[in-house]
Ligand binder design. Structure first.
Ligand code: HEC
Length: 391
């Protein structure tokens, strides 16, 4: 019964998280595009304090958008803020993290072959990473490095890569990736909560009080919002990476993550330049070359096969002992109400149908999950060999 509610909470928060994330990242894409697409307005608009305008068409109508340098002539009755997209994404993300990796710590967070932590130790380390990483970013952005975009990016990138490496030494492979994503998400939400919102509140307060607004906090808020924009593609990659053990369970998973994230942010840069009519197609070409290099780098090593063929009966026997506790019509493992990933590994036909997936997940060590069924190295080698034998 507990497993059933675990699944439901997991599903509910995941669904909510994705919806909120779409709203947030959609708004980020839209506003960065909007800002970079503003062009010099006609004189009569400039006289009103408008610094740029643009026209667009959507949903059967034409929009005229104008951005003020700082303050409009009068505050409108209704001013739309964009903050709940960010807060909801973070809150649902943290709820999902708590259900899946804290409640389900034994299945998903802890990997005893790396570090044999108790549930509470693992949770404490996880929270420590999120808080520590967030503080690291806040110190960085308030340091003089904020004035040098390139240097800032290098230090931040190295910091996150180090975090990915360290997490990979502590937690299960999948949890390590997820934590880098959670850290980036926390930094992004923190940018909104601690940086962008206070600056905007101050702007509105100054305008309403009839004071001349200080342009500095607004410019700083813009910097934070630009950082968030570059984070979007890496964080989305991490969100979907958990479907691809070839990434997070790679023997150099941290490096794979660093390379893919760098490439993704680089491609984002192409679009941000393009919005300003600055076409740099070489970025896309370089991105493609990098992607192919990463694919080459990640190429699975050929499997060492032994001369003796592993029989089908032996494969079924291993699966019965090490896989079927979870992957069965009626799992005997208490953490699972139904077969995880909808995958049954009880009969020979089922095993044969899943050969490629079995090969990948068992070879990388991702399955059996957290090796909860205590598969031996020899059994692993035999199952991998069986799965790589042609029928
Ligand atoms: C303790 C429970 C448990 C055991 C034992 C277990 N698995 Fe899994 N397996 C899972 C869970 C949970 C998932 C879903 C993970 C996810 O969502 O990425 C999964 C997913 C899979 C997938 C699909 C992966 C994907 O990306 O869709 C394969 C293939 C798989 N397991 C194979 C095996 C094999 C082979 C064994 C035995 C050697 C095994 N599992 C043992 C829990 C288990």
């Amino acid at each position: 019964m507990e497993a059933y509610f675990f699944d439901w909470l997991n599903l509910f928060f995941r669904w909510f998280h994705v919806v909120a994330g779409i709203a947030w990242i959609g708004a980020s894409f839209y506003f960065i595009w909007l800002d970079l697409s503003l062009r010099e307005p006609p004189q009569w608009k400039k006289d009103k304090g408008i610094k740029g305008d643009l026209w667009s068409i959507h949903g059967g109508g034409i929009y005229e958008i104008a951005k003020y340098q700082l303050e409009p002539e009068a505050m409108p009755k209704k001013l739309h803020w964009f903050k709940w997209e960010a807060y909801t994404t973070w809150l649902t993300g943290f709820a999902l993290l708590s259900v899946m990796y804290y409640w389900g710590a034994e299945q998903y967070l802890i990997d005893p072959s790396k570090m044999d932590l108790t549930q509470w130790q693992a949770i404490a380390i996880s929270l420590g990473f999120l808080v520590g990483g967030f503080i690291f970013y806040e110190l960085l952005i308030k340091s003089p490095l904020q004035h040098s975009a390139k240097l800032f990016a290098v230090v931040l990138f190295l910091g996150l890569t180090l975090a990915a490496y360290a997490l990979g030494e502590i937690f299960s492979d999948r949890a390590a990736y997820l934590h880098v994503g959670a850290l980036i998400g926390t930094i992004m939400a923190g940018n909104v909560f601690f940086g962008i919102m206070p600056a905007q509140r101050e702007l509105v307060r100054a305008i309403e009080a009839g004071e001349k607004p200080d342009p500095k906090p607004a410019a700083f808020a813009k910097l934070r919002s630009t950082h968030n924009n570059y984070f979007t593609l890496p964080v989305l990659f991490i969100m979907i990476s958990n479907h691809y053990p070839m990434t997070y369970a790679h023997e150099h998973a941290w490096l794979v993550l660093a390379l893919i994230s760098f490439n993704a942010a680089f491609v984002r840069h192409y679009f941000n330049l393009k919005h300003q009519d600055n076409h740099q197609p070489w970025i896309l070409v370089a991105g493609a070359v990098m992607l192919f290099s990463i694919i080459g780098f990640m190429l699975p090593k050929p499997i060492e096969t032994h001369s003796d063929v592993i029989s089908d009966a032996r494969a079924v026997q291993i699966s019965e002992q090490r896989c079927a506790a979870c992957h069965a019509q009626e799992p005997s493992h208490p953490a699972f109400a139904s077969a995880p990933a909808g995958l049954y590994l009880e009969t020979l036909d089922e095993l044969v149908a899943q050969k490629p997936m079995i090969l990948q997940t068992v070879k990388t060590g991702y399955m059996p999950l957290a090796n909860m069924t205590k598969m031996t190295d020899e059994e692993r080698a035999q199952l991998v060999q069986w799965a790589s034998q042609s029928d």
